[in-house]
Design a protein around this ligand. Structure first.
Ligand SMILES: C[S@@+](CC[C@H](N)C(=O)[O-])C[C@H]1O[C@@H](n2cnc3c(N)ncnc32)[C@H](O)[C@@H]1O
Length: 323
């Protein structure tokens, strides 16, 4: 599933490996550095699993709160409404038809359906609206959405240089809204968040800003990489961390299993250019408890059916966490 926004460092191309190396059982999933939400939106569905999306960038978490809680108001702010086509209406109708909605902004949302939709459609949508939780600044969310969507590679810092038809993303807002219905959205620094949610059956996925490679609105100096490592090394739950491949990070995480993987470099103009990353775990992925995953080349790494390569480049003597 695609996110509503592109994001520098988005993990769409690495999902296959993240899923493959995930622990077989957990009852709480925390996407600590959520960014575009690509990882949480594509999580394997597990009945009863508590799910948390977090990012320290408050513009981003505000956008996700609005997508989740106030999609109608956000669409109005983005200029999607009134609806122009039957297809747009169908998407909207499907969304509400299957949803349980809770919101203190219900009256505003209901009023919007009256103003923005032709009467028969408005009546249909109104019937399906229930309640909705009060969170999010839709004006700020819409501005931020446009800024990211119209910028080069989702950086938010330079103009993409070509027109961007916001209407193309109409369906993504609804799909993401539905997918996030049971996901808690948090806006915390990683340390407080991890301490709050750590327990034996929590699975933390951490995709911090890469070491000396990426800049976000929220700074992440070298001491934060150390702070993150020290915290994760003492976690009770399962931990998976992804980074750019570099000696400093491999040395820092030497108590972890380290897998090296290459993926196409979307930021490079050169044909066939690849970017090397590592995925690290505090547990030994793929043991006899996960025979269905067929990670037979686990000891040395290998290649899957689609030709994607990964390699175990380091294993600790004793795993920090047992499966
Ligand atoms: C590599 S990106 C995550 C990309 C994400 N996995 C995806 O697929 O889109 C790193 C994210 O960490 C966030 N971040 C930076 N410092 C943070 C902190 N101290 N605590 C939590 N999140 C932080 C940034 O805002 C950025 O969105």
């Amino acid at each position: 599933m695609k996110s509503i926004i592109p994001w520098v460092g988005g993990k769409g191309k690495l999902l296959w490996l993240l899923h493959r190396l995930s622990p077989p059982r957990y009852s709480r999933f925390v996407d600590v550095f959520g960014g575009s939400g690509t990882v949480i939106l594509n999580r394997p569905l597990r009945l009863g699993c508590e799910e948390i999306y977090n990012d320290f960038n408050s513009n981003l978490t505000n956008l996700f709160c609005c997508v989740k809680e106030r999609p109608m108001a956000l669409l109005r702010e983005l200029g999607f409404l009134p609806l122009h086509s039957r297809d747009d209406f169908k998407v909207l109708h499907r969304f509400f038809d299957r949803d349980e909605i809770t919101d203190d902004y219900l009256s505003e949302e209901l009023a919007l359906t009256e103003v923005l939709l032709p009467p028969p459609e408005a009546a249909a949508i109104r019937r399906l609206m229930l309640e909705r939780a009060p969170r999010g600044d839709v004006h700020r969310a819409a501005d931020y959405f446009k800024l990211i969507r119209c910028s080069y590679s989702g950086t938010g810092t330079s103009f993409a240089g070509k027109p961007c038809n916001i209407r193309r993303f109409f369906h993504l807002v609804w799909e993401c809204s539905r997918s996030l219905q049971d996901v808690a959205v948090e806006n915390k620094d990683f340390e407080g968040l991890i301490r709050q949610y750590d327990r034996e059956d929590t699975f933390f996925y951490c995709d911090p800003p890469y070491y000396e490679a990426e800049c976000y609105a929220v700074a992440f100096p070298r001491r934060d990489h150390q702070r993150l490592h020290d915290l994760l090394a003492g976690c009770r739950g399962y931990v998976m961390v992804s980074y750019n491949f570099c000696p400093y990070i491999c040395e820092l995480y030497k108590e972890f299993y380290i897998f090296r993987v290459a993926r196409p470099n979307s930021m490079s103009q050169a044909a066939g250019s690849e970017y090397e990353e590592v995925v690290m775990t505090n547990y030994a992925p793929c043991t006899e408890t996960t025979p269905d995953r067929q990670l037979t080349m686990f000891e040395t790494g290998g290649q899957d059916g689609d030709g994607r390569r990964y390699q175990l480049i380091h294993a600790p003597t004793v795993p920090l966490k047992r499966l």
